[in-house]
Design a protein around this ligand. Structure first.
Ligand SMILES: [Fe+2]
Length: 483
């Protein structure tokens, strides 16, 4: 029989594995889902089939599960399926975990040595008619966008030379081109980074390799209409450490951060590197170029918030001790120097998002999440949800030019999962945010829909899910006309 999961933060309480594949027709809804919301919201979740082989592991190791909220004329249907990777099939057949430590193949069971260990549990994207499940350590897996059944690995018809494709891609709103990259592109613990572009038909039209200053966890990047920005923060890898059974990633506080900036149409040999103190960030809201100045907006911290990374690095800090804030970094390409200018705009946070139409160009409105103690429980610790520990409990609508913002919290026992933005067809309408609420007192989930311009007014619709949904890593909205 399947062994119990460990009673640790990553596998207990709200983070307990779910392992549910299901279909639910017409979810019960309070309020009204606007009829103009027609399309599919795909969510990626790590959801391990079996208890970790080595006793404990991180949330981020779990098998990829993809769920789908299908919105049609005010009705919402739900579907959830595992991604049937080679790893999933091997463990299914063995009825136990065969793969060891997070992203360390030297710790695997001999029966799967050298076999693919991808789980594709991070981001679902839809581009050129394909639904792709991504994770930064491997190629994409293609899924059927209607049934969620697994089709197979997608490597751009064999053209993609990089062994990896990151989970954070950037869609150019004007051309429909997909910008992406892969790090450890030449294999485990290589400094190789591949910068890639797929055109709107899904043809790989560009792949250029360069070397990062050191092997680093490069989770996201940013693209403007004129430049590409590659931040490199010192979460580093070491082959000998991994061979000895250690962690893939350790944060090196004494190393510098680097940011590479490349004119978007220039060869990667024209990359210019900027440098600064050790920092950590996993997601960038948006960036744009203003002549020779490049601006990037994001939440930044002094060290990574993930407990498993902190432990491996000998760091023990609470999330509120590591976060600096929501910032703008400006790089002036007209000046010699190699530093940037930092402006703190708002409270710290993560899970940033803008309307797709605003990506890559000058913008004012963005949305992200923060932990606000005033929205948490008056007594006792905040509810745990997701890989960092305390779940975010507040959504922020930020006007990045002025720093003015409004917020929404839904009560001391509710944490919020990553929101998606759904555009509106009405002129001047800012669209909607949709997000899963973790109702900790009931151990149930519901989806909240809010007007993006007026998040402070609270949900206009609440869609009831009759069980607990594990925390989405990332999700994306696909309008019905694209499907
Ligand atoms: Fe991410």
């Amino acid at each position: 029989m399947a062994k119990p999961f460990p009673n640790t933060m990553d596998f207990a309480g709200w983070n307990a594995p779910s392992r549910i594949e299901c279909d639910i027709y017409d979810l019960v809804t309070e309020g009204t889902v606007p009829e103009e919301i027609n399309g599919s919201w795909y969510r990626s979740i790590p959801d391990p089939q079996y208890s970790p082989m080595l006793g404990d592991d991180t949330f981020l190791s779990g098998d990829g599960m993809v769920s789908l909220f299908r919105f049609e004329n005010g009705h919402v249907d739900f579907k959830m399926r595992y991604i049937k990777t080679e790893r999933w099939k091997a463990e299914r057949a063995a009825r136990r975990s065969l793969y060891g430590k997070y992203r360390n193949p030297f710790t695997d069971d001999p029966s799967v040595q050298g076999k693919p260990r991808n789980v594709n549990n991070t981001t679902p994207i839809f581009h050129a008619g394909k639904l792709l499940a991504l994770k930064e350590d491997s190629h994409a897996m293609e899924l059927d966008p209607h049934t969620l059944e697994t089709i197979g690995e997608w490597d751009y018809d064999g053209k993609l030379k990089s062994q990896t494709m990151t989970a954070h891609t950037r869609l150019a709103p004007d051309s429909g081109d997909l910008y992406f990259f892969g790090y450890e592109a030449g294999g485990l613990v290589t400094k190789d980074v591949a910068f890639c572009v797929a055109d709107k038909k899904g043809n790989l039209v560009r792949e250029e390799w360069f070397e990062a200053p050191y092997v680093a966890l490069m989770h996201d990047f940013a693209v403007t209409r004129e430049h590409v920005i590659f931040p490199v923060f010192p979460i580093t890898a070491d082959l000998n450490r991994m061979k000895a059974g250690g962690h893939h990633w350790v944060f090196e506080q004494d190393k510098e951060s680097f940011v590479g900036i490349l004119p978007r149409d220039a060869h990667v040999k024209h990359m210019r590197w900027f440098r600064g103190p050790a920092r950590s960030s996993f997601h960038f809201m948006n960036a744009y170029s203003e002549g020779n100045r490049v601006h990037m907006y994001f939440g930044v911290s002094k060290v990574p918030p993930f407990p498993f990374m902190q432990e491996a690095s000998g760091i023990h800090l609470r999330p509120d001790q590591v976060r600096i804030g929501f910032v703008r970094w400006t790089f002036d390409l007209s000046k010699p120097g190699d530093t940037w200018e930092e402006t703190i705009i708002g409270p710290s946070g993560d899970m940033p998002r803008t309307a797709i139409k605003d990506q890559m160009s000058d913008f004012d409105i963005g949305y992200y999440q923060t932990f606000d103690p005033n929205n948490g429980p008056k007594n006792g610790p905040p509810p745990i949800a997701g890989p960092v520990g305390a779940g975010f409990n507040t959504i922020v609508r930020m006007q990045v030019k002025t720093g003015k913002y409004t917020t929404l919290g839904l009560g001391p026992t509710v944490t919020v999962q990553e929101h998606i933005h759904i555009p509106s067809g009405k002129p001047g309408h800012e669209g909607y945010l949709a997000f899963v609420c973790d109702m900790h007192d009931q151990q149930l989930s519901e989806v909240a829909i809010v007007e993006a311009e007026h998040i402070e007014k609270g949900p206009i619709a609440r869609i009831k899910v009759p069980f607990r949904l594990r925390v989405q890593v990332h999700g994306n909205w696909v309008p019905a006309e694209e499907l």
